[in-house]
Design a protein around this ligand. Sequence first.
Ligand SMILES: Nc1nc2c(c(=O)[nH]1)N[C@H]1C(S)=C(S)[C@@H](COP(=O)(O)O)O[C@H]1N2
Ligand SMILES: [Mo]
Length: 537
Amino acid sequence: MSSPAPARQSRDHATTLGARARRAAGAAALGIVPTVVFLGTADALARLMGASTAPLLALSQTIIALTPPAAVAFAIEHLGTADKPVLLLSVVLGGLVVAAGIGLLARRRPRTAAAAFTALEAGLVCAVAARPGSRAPDLGAALLGAVLGFAAFVLVAALARRVRRGNRRAHRGRNEGQASDPGRRALLATAGALAAVGALGLAVGRSITVVGGAAIGAAARLVLPHPVSPMPAVPASAQIAVDGAVPFITPAADFYRIDTALTPPDIAPEQWSLRVHGLVEEEFTLSMDELLSLPLVERALTMTCVSNPVGGELVGTAAWLGYPLRSLLARARPQPEADMVLSGSIDGFTAGTPLEAMRDGRDALLAIRMNGEQLRPEHGFPARLIVPGLYGFVSATKWVTNLEVTRFDRAQGYWTKRGWDERGPILAASRIEVPGPLAQVPAGTVVAAGTAWAQRAGVRAVQVRLDDGDWRSAHLATAVSQDTWRQWRCEFPAVQPGLHALTVRAIDGRGRVQTAERRDSIPNTATGHHRIQFTAQ
Ligand SMILES: Nc1nc2c(c(=O)[nH]1)N[C@H]1C(S)=C(S)[C@@H](COP(=O)(O)O)O[C@H]1N2
Ligand SMILES: [Mo]
């Protein structure tokens, strides 16, 4: 023991940075581990208890609700269907940063840290409670998870305190490392086990994409009626025979999905009902049994999202089976001053549809079936609206449970409140599917093909031009109805080798030419002609 102090000092100096970083990481874990326990067990419990939301999900949902609409639109346009995983991941990372902060705080101010952790949990439990459609199991699972998370917090904090006390004693006794080792091992083992429990919970839970059991089980039990008015067969000539062109009927699995729900609400059909009320002579509530006993019709209809970029894929055609909204509204007898129907979903989404569009004879449906199958949860199971000629955001409410007959000067739908159009009529649009963007094709005859739509007016003509040449009329596939898209094909002979551009435009059934003017999707869809480049070799 000649001169231990200087020796230890230099060693301390050399390891200070590493040791500090290790200590900070250890402290951060004191916040992260209990948070993972909370989120994980709440998630797993939510799934086991048949809840429709859990803290992680509810937080993400709340973030969507509070995000500026322009940012939501940006995410939809640029991330497409990846918007949800990206959001969830950001929420998880953000949550871990907050949790790490609480852990670091716990070293100096254990009480404040405990209060912060409780506040975090309470905030998330409130987010669960505030979700539309949140029921007892949702709240129960979140609360139980919060209790387990808090227990984990107290446990790891106590073990960490023991390790710190051990360290101090060891330090005084100058036999550093020895006394604290068993305590440290216990802390590491406990934290590791707890983190594993939390991670397992997240895996068992349903926050990412898993769809709950109730709706799926119920879907299997539902016996679907046959349409009283079956869909006229789609003629083979409605399909353009060019490789790479989309099929006329979009398979449900490929049908675009746009909504503000992270996971589709889980609604058992026996529990579903649709309330029709507001400015009506007779308000009523429709059950699924009643709906199934009504004369249903099946129609091919093309749906489009207002956020579809020029040439984009947020458009699809399906065979929809449902009950005409016109008949439903006839039963309610709207009052003369009514001019809008505010439809509401169990998830809180609303759309304001011109009353006229639901009564003027078009095939506006309360739909329960898509392409001969049960509606998929992500497309609105057990029931949704489809109104031909209007973008989805003002008309196609999924998981619909409420129709309030009202007036445009009294109520607004979800996206209209956020700056989008009030009435959302679909504008004529067209896109090139073949050749693909930047494709390489043999020089000589080049075949172009694609799709055009102008619901309610129909597509009268499609014109295509090569580079700056003249517009040529495309050959059109057979029209199924004015409410469905129309496929086209156009041949260009003697295309020279080199880089070329193709541009397309549609002319609707009333002779209106699709505008070349480029504009943004707010307030009522992006416009401009679709143009692609390809190389002929
Ligand atoms: N409940 C609910 N319904 C909704 C939405 C939503 O966010 N929530 N989005 C609407 C929009 S913007 C569109 S374009 C269509 C898309 O329907 P799909 O996902 O079945 O293609 O649903 C509409 N119905
Ligand atoms: Mo949309």
